[in-house]
Design a protein around this ligand. Structure first.
Ligand code: NQM
Length: 377
């Protein structure tokens, strides 16, 4: 096979599903170093701006218009660096203003398959420095015989079938983007006439009571997306919350996420419908779920008011410490977040969180961009 056409530039990349998201994964060395050039390449690769992203690889939805850039890390505590980039489908913008715990699930397998991390025989831990938030994650990738295995028995809601489990662990995620777990300094704020809880335990999220919008909280994403009045009101709260959460003007940012909370209906801790921020998530983001789960444990929060909070299961090391499984319900099932919490602190301190994702390499090759975008050389 011969690379065609001097009119196009071929850039090596993998197409991967990470958790409930999908996107292109690049070795940083294969992309332009300048930001403007890099963003132009990614827009062209995805086919943005265009609602259908018809002239590129993007999937016409924020959850399938994602990019992960991976490289060896110079940090002693990390194996690889991971930069997440959200490509807006319908406007010419590439944003690094948020992290993505779903695409993170693809990073460990990619790093091993691209020789950035040496595989062990069995399970390979990959320490990942998440550059968007300057925080560390560890992914455990199944590697029997030193090769990445994608097949397995783990099911995650929002993805058909079963795959190899990729446990992800996070530490020190409080204030990842906003500087503090409670960026406004309050457990509850009044914004645009509503009581909300603004929280950042890995992802900035505004927790809202679905009932305050006259919603049951069991609406489907499509039903919610048709409620333009509700969406406008939520956006009004988001724009006001941004500066209060130390995120500045969030008009063109994908944070904070807006999570409508209600009582669990299927035996979980809390039920969610999450705007990311203008489409309704089919499930919930990984770090978004960690933030919502944490909010459920904060006395007096909007989340705690509707949550059926779990009790410590006794697997940790003291009467006030416990590993808690918080089960976050979402439109396509459940997302279980395990939190190692020190409840003697005020607010309670989440020392570590852990959860399960799966990922799969879907295609390996070269994405073609018009040579006028970048000539690679
Ligand atoms: O919160 C969607 C996703 C995400 C982000 C979003 C995510 C996270 O589901 O860590 O994973 O909230 O924009 O991929």
């Amino acid at each position: 096979w011969q690379l065609p056409a001097p009119t196009q530039t071929a850039i090596a990349c993998d197409v991967m599903r990470g958790g409930t998201s999908k996107g292109l994964v690049f070795d940083r060395a294969d992309l332009p170093t300048g930001r403007a050039e890099r963003d132009a390449v990614l827009l062209a690769a995805m086919g943005s701006p265009d609602e259908r992203e018809i002239d590129g690889m993007g999937g016409a939805h924020p959850l399938t218009s994602k990019v992960a850039v991976v490289s060896r890390s110079a940090r002693p505590d990390a194996d690889v660096d991971y930069l997440f980039l959200q490509v807006w489908p319908d406007r010419p913008e590439v944003s690094d203003s948020q992290n993505c715990g779903n695409m993170l699930a693809a990073v460990g397998p990619f790093a091993i398959e691209h020789g950035m991390v040496e595989a062990r025989d069995g399970l390979t831990p990959v320490r990942i420095w998440m550059q968007n938030t300057d925080t560390l994650a560890t992914a455990h990738v199944r590697t029997p015989g030193g090769a990445v295995h994608y097949d397995g028995e783990a099911a995650i809601d929002g993805v058909p079938g079963r795959h190899a489990p990729i446990p992800l662990e996070f530490a020190d995620t409080a204030g990842s983007s906003c500087g503090a777990l409670l960026p406004t300094g309050n457990v509850v704020d009044e914004i645009a006439g509503l009581s909300v809880t603004c929280i950042d335990n890995g992802m900035p999220v505004v927790c809202l009571a679905a009932a305050d919008f006259g919603l049951s909280g069991t609406e489907t994403p499509a039903e919610l997306e048709a409620m333009t009045d509700v969406l406008e009101r939520i956006e009004q709260v988001r724009l006001a919350a941004g500066p209060l959460m130390k995120l500045g003007d969030v008009t063109a940012k994908t944070v904070p996420k807006m999570s409508l909370l209600s009582a669990a209906t299927a035996g979980g801790t809390v039920s969610t419908r999450t705007l990311i921020p203008h489409r309704v998530h089919e499930a919930i983001g990984v770090l978004g779920a960690v933030s919502v789960a944490t909010a459920c444990l904060l006395p007096g929060s909007v989340a705690e008011a509707v949550a059926q909070a779990p009790e410590p299961d006794g697997t940790a090391d003291g009467p006030v410490d416990g590993v808690l499984d918080v089960v976050v319900e979402h439109p396509t099932g459940f997302f279980t977040v395990s939190l190692d919490v020190d409840r003697s602190q005020n607010p309670p301190e989440v020392r570590r969180s852990a959860l399960l994702r799966t990922a799969r390499l879907l295609m390996r090759g070269h994405v073609m961009v018009p040579a006028a975008t970048w000539s690679a050389g």
